[in-house]
Design a protein around this ligand. Structure first.
Ligand code: ADP
Ligand code: MG
Length: 235
């Protein structure tokens, strides 16, 4: 219990820090973005074509990097500001299916197909739908990032003894044993552009919903993340 308390205090401190830093980054980022756009216009007005072969790639790189920084700061902010869940009865199968339908095209651009299997629908759970979507998205995004073109990811939803079980299985690179131990530490990432906040955020969301996140992985074979949520008790 003591360890759990320390952990939550540490997370709260990290939350305050990230929130401060990312907040400070937001305004300069918008300003850089605006100024780059104005620069392109100013060049054009002086008869210098901003779509010129020499200039365009430079501008594009700046804009891409701004977008990337924005994504990262948003991820930090989502984590830092995670409110306590506002739960209501929801169908877990609809949440999962809806999220995957929404993102399928984007993931297909990575050459990855996400397959959904749902058993025994409807599965009613008391959850904060937005937070559960965020948790699922973090897990599926990781699976996509670990996969190669042609790989499939299977997301399955089943009913097991009073709980809904969700599993996300990929055929990606797998996780090394030494990484497996540190997976849920805030800021632990093996990616050059990772934040290392996806899994701690996911774990926190699921714990607040009375669920637990577990992981199994075989290096070179793939990874399976699994969590269970209590089903709403019948009225
Ligand atoms: P990030 O994605 O920003 O690196 P996460 O907290 O989401 O941070 O994940 C932490 C680390 O866990 C990743 O950097 C990666 O090494 C590992 N990981 C998570 N999910 C998978 C997966 N499905 N397959 C392989 N490695 C994974
Ligand atoms: Mg991630």
């Amino acid at each position: 219990q003591h360890a759990a308390l320390l952990k939550s205090e540490r997370l709260a401190t990290i939350g305050r820090m990230t929130s401060l830093i990312t907040h400070e980054l937001r305004n300069p980022l918008s300003s850089i973005n605006l100024n780059v756009e104005m620069l392109a216009e100013a060049l054009e007005e002086r008869g210098i074509d901003a779509s010129d072969e020499d200039i365009r790639p430079l501008l594009e790189t700046v804009i891409e990097e701004i977008d990337r920084l924005r994504d990262i700061t948003e991820e930090y902010l989502t984590y830092a500001r995670l409110p306590s869940p506002k739960t209501q009865p929801e169908n877990l199968d609809d949440i999962v299916q809806g999220l995957i339908d929404f993102h399928q095209w984007e993931w297909s651009q990575h050459g990855v197909e996400v397959i959904v299997t749902i058993d025994n629908a409807p599965l009613e759970v008391d959850v904060d739908a937005n937070q559960i979507r965020q948790a699922l998205l973090n897990l599926i995004k990781n699976a996509v990032e670990a996969s190669s073109p042609g790989d499939a990811i299977v997301v399955s939803v089943t009913r097991v003894e009073g709980v809904a079980r969700v599993a996300i299985e990929d055929q990606g690179e797998g996780i090394r044993p030494e990484a497996l131990e540190r997976l849920f530490e805030p800021f632990f990432s093996t990616k050059s552009q990772g934040t290392g906040l996806g899994l701690p955020m996911t774990q926190q969301i699921l714990e607040e919903h009375g669920g637990q996140l577990s992981v199994e992985s075989d290096l070179g074979e793939g990874t399976r993340f699994c969590f269970e949520l209590p089903l709403s008790s019948p009225h």
